[in-house]
Design a binder for this molecule. Structure first.
Ligand code: GLY
Length: 362
């Protein structure tokens, strides 16, 4: 089956690899560079969800994806020759207010992977952390990777298995045959005789859905980030207002704002100052560190904060995979696997109804 995927972020790239691996023929169209948008901006944290979203299916999906990472990484690193810079620094989750500390304590009581840490132990674990902390947990298995490298490893692995990856290629339209799409057009020419199309273009997916006569929302949610040149932090640190992640080559990444400002992908003085303040409140010595770079990305949101995965309403062979918001990297393996299943086999074992595009169809 010939499957066209629109979008070269981590979700589209994972789908391309899973489609190719399962015997399909993936054709991925990316109008710019692979991982050139939200994926490239992401800190790439792979952490078990701390907050219960209240939706069991969503929590199950996130945990399932987290568990897929070690084997997926091994497979795509071998197949692509790309090191995704996977590392397991462990994470310290901090609470500044007694209320947040109680919530953290309750979580540590319930979850074997979270260990409540007393102040003396915390100072040994992460000496640079402020002493002004009401409570903290430690989880030694929390990992992160380079999200841009992950997306590239997916597509290079797919490409080496025969997928057609078209970079700097704009998806421009669809060719219909009744309720089926049997071709797509791109600025480089038409692609005929296709069996399915998957729209995985992050926040730009909404514009693509409008060409199909339905408006399925995938609002852009800006995230600003900064990087320090600093080796003062050993573990990833999660605070109530943001996070710090030590990265290879002596960098420390700090994120992230969550802003509903349309497609304005730029950093702001206010956003960057807020990140610097948050980072220095957690790690006081960062007051003297220099910010080496800053950037912004546009995550794909959704009206209820959950991904939009499944068949496009009223179309037999068009599928959506967007709305992953703050969970795009985390959900990439499971989304790729289940979308490949859905498209190639017409079904998936995973419960998809809570993520159905139908919930927003008008
Ligand atoms: N994935 C973390 C964030 O969006 O800030």
């Amino acid at each position: 089956m010939r499957i066209v995927i629109a979008g070269g972020g981590v979700i589209g790239c994972s789908i391309a690899w899973h489609v190719q691996k399962a015997g399909g023929e993936a054709i991925l169209l990316e109008r710019g560079e692979i991982a050139g948008e939200a994926t490239g901006a992401s800190a790439g944290m792979l952490i078990a969800p701390i907050e219960d979203t209240g939706n069991r299916a969503f929590n199950v999906l996130r945990r399932a994806s987290l568990e897929m990472f070690p084997s997926v990484i091994q497979e795509i690193e071998e197949a692509s020759g790309i090191d995704v810079e996977y590392k397991v620094p462990g994470m310290i989750r901090t609470a500044r207010s007694p209320k947040a500390a109680r919530a953290l304590h309750d979580a540590a009581d319930k979850r074997p992977d979270l260990e409540w840490v007393e102040p003396r132990v915390l100072r040994e674990l992460e000496p640079s952390l402020t002493h002004d902390i009401a409570g903290a947990t430690y989880s030694e298995d929390d990992a992160d990777l380079n999200a841009g490298r992950l997306a590239n490893a997916f597509v290079v692995a797919a490409e080496r298995a025969g997928a057609d990856i078209r970079r700097r290629t704009m998806f421009t339209g669809l060719k219909k045959d009744g309720r089926r799409i049997d071709g797509v057009s791109a600025n480089s020419g038409d692609i005929a005789d296709i069996d399915a199309v998957i729209l995985a273009a992050g926040p730009w997916t909404e514009a693509l859905t409008m060409r199909m006569g339905a408006k399925l929302p995938s609002p852009p949610m800006r995230g600003q980030m900064i990087a320090y040149r600093s080796k003062s932090v050993r573990h990833a640190i999660w605070g109530e207002d943001g996070y710090l992640v030590p990265k290879p080559r002596g960098y420390l990444w700090v994120g992230a704002t969550v802003e509903d400002v349309g497609f304005r992908k730029k950093t702001t003085e206010r956003g960057l100052a807020g990140l610097q303040r948050m980072a220095a409140d957690l790690v006081p010595r960062l007051r003297r560190a220099s910010v080496s770079s800053s950037w912004a990305g546009l995550r794909p949101g959704s009206p209820d904060g959950m991904p939009v995965i499944g068949r496009f309403p009223g179309k037999k062979n068009v599928f959506l995979a967007t709305g992953h918001f703050r969970n795009g990297v985390l959900l990439a393996p499971v989304t790729g696997a289940l979308v490949a299943d859905l498209v190639l086999n017409g079904r998936t074992d995973r419960r998809l109804s809570p993520f159905s595009p139908q919930r927003f169809a008008r």
